[in-house]
Design a protein around this ligand. Sequence first.
Ligand SMILES: NC(=O)c1ccc[n+]([C@@H]2O[C@H](COP(=O)([O-])OP(=O)(O)OC[C@H]3O[C@@H](n4cnc5c(N)ncnc54)[C@H](O)[C@@H]3O)[C@@H](O)[C@H]2O)c1
Length: 346
Amino acid sequence: MHILVAGGAGYIGSVLVPMLLEEGHQLTVLDRLYFGDTLVAPKQAFANRLHVVRGDIRGHSGELFRGVDAVADLSGISNDPSCELEPELTRNVNVQGGKRLAVLAHEAGVRRYVYSSSCSVYGHGEGLGLTEESKRHPVSLYARAKVEVEDFVRELGAKSDGRFEPVALRLATVFGLSPRMRFDLAINVMTRNAYVNRRIMVDGGGKQWRPFVHVRDVARAFSMALTRDTKDVSGEVFNVGSDSNNVQILNLAFRVRDAIPGTEVVHAPTDPDLRDYNVTFDKIRRKLGYETTLSIDDGVREVLAALRDGRIDPDDRRWYTLKQYLFLREAERVVAEVGLEGRLLF
Ligand SMILES: NC(=O)c1ccc[n+]([C@@H]2O[C@H](COP(=O)([O-])OP(=O)(O)OC[C@H]3O[C@@H](n4cnc5c(N)ncnc54)[C@H](O)[C@@H]3O)[C@@H](O)[C@H]2O)c1
């Protein structure tokens, strides 16, 4: 299959892309490369089957979809604080850009379309074990954008007489190693802080529930959604994760602490976290036979080993989504102020 992955150089994308290449697919990646070129190794290993386009989901033409069978949309601004930075920009990218990508794919005759939504659409969840049918209560701009694009893409499918097959994957919070590391995700940042500072800060009280899933298990879910039969996935929404990886944040902190002796857990003086959701993953298990393979403890061990071996720099700005967006915003200001034809010193 020829698959286009928008946002394919990001945290999930840079794990998904090599996996799809290993499976034998031809890949096009569309990405701004805001966090660097994380696809150097797969470009070398699969030179004839991977084409990386440094471009924007808001600006590219429909030409990009020529011969494409399936699209995975992983692009956009990927956490709450980065979305709050410039709300107008967030709507532009995450909502208008997300819808535009789906419309162009649909017009170009792409059949399968997998959208990366989030369990954060449940927001302040009511009760334990939320299903795909539960009411959504998004409490952030980021999550409201997910709800809007999820619905838009589903309607596009419903109006297409079966020619366009959308699938929405509502991902649990992801953890584990990736070529574009993210130390702004709970398990990764707790592991990093325990290793570097021997201290884990717990925000929002710690009683809030959150489901988690390993990045390689997420990539497997995308692969299934992209390639499985129409009857299994078309028009469907799936929560992606496992019931046993629903954890209250304070308990998560204790688990990470236990992996790194001498670590203390400290409560940050913050307001209660409004995001509180405990989710069931029964549907994806029943319909697709999907089971996760990696536990929270596996993820902690893996990230810890990479920190100990020096394979990842815990202080690299690019691994902190908000810091990197702040840096890019500042860089843009400086270029506008003193740049000549886009150059600063030369
Ligand atoms: N990581 C998680 O825990 C998680 C959980 C639920 C949902 N998601 C969703 O999964 C998707 C991927 O998440 P991630 O963790 O890989 O995030 P990420 O920030 O690492 O990746 C996003 C990618 O999109 C690119 N991008 C941003 N704006 C773009 C634009 N205008 N045009 C083209 N490319 C653009 C970035 O350069 C980046 O490579 C996102 O939609 C995110 O909201 C992630």
